[in-house]
Structure formats: structure tokens, C-alpha cells
Design a protein around this ligand. Structure first.
Ligand code: SF4
Length: 84
């Protein structure tokens, strides 16, 4: 069985191509639709400790957390226990 980096963000998991694509996508999102860097890092810190994180993806919604956490109009999709 392959090693699965359960609690890693894509950036940390060595998924360089996917991570680069995500960063390229975020560059296309207008600045006023994104959270500031402090909030972005804060949100990611919750994901990093969350049991729902699997190889950079949230298993509650299927989003890459490095995208979801960057967007102002998104929230944590764990409705029973939202972390951010
Ligand atoms: S449930 Fe919330 S905190 Fe957990 S990985 Fe998903 S978005 Fe992040």
C-alpha cells in the first residue's frame, strides 16, 4: 500500500504539480474575493489538525483545502463541528 500523507497540505505532501495548478488558479481569483494571508494561514492551521484532511483534500466537501480556505465566501463544511 502506498503511503498516504493524511494530515498534509498539498504543499507539504510533494504534490508539486497539483499545488502549482491550485496556486495558478488562485491567482485568477479577484483579490476582493480572497481572505488575507493571516486568515488564510489561520484557516489552514485548523485543516492541518483535522481528521477530515486527506492528502490536501477535505473529505467533507472534496475541495482542496488550499483553495477553500482562501475564499471569503467559503466556510468549513463540517456542519456538525465547523472549525473555521
Ligand atoms: S472539515 Fe473543515 S477544518 Fe477539516 S479539513 Fe475540511 S475544511 Fe478543513
Amino acid at each position: 500500500m502506498d503511503n498516504v500523507c493524511k494530515r498534509c497540505l498539498l504543499f507539504e505532501a510533494g504534490e508539486k504539480v497539483t499545488y502549482s495548478q491550485i496556486m495558478a488558479y488562485l491567482e485568477t481569483v479577484p483579490v476582493d474575493e480572497k481572505v488575507d494571508d493571516v486568515l488564510y494561514r489561520n484557516r489552514l492551521s485548523f485543516c492541518r489538525e483535522c481528521d477530515n484532511l486527506l492528502s490536501g483534500m477535505c473529505i467533507k466537501c472534496g475541495c482542496y483545502v488550499e483553495v477553500r480556505t482562501a475564499l471569503k465566501n467559503k466556510s468549513c463544511p463540517d456542519f456538525n463541528n465547523p472549525k473555521w
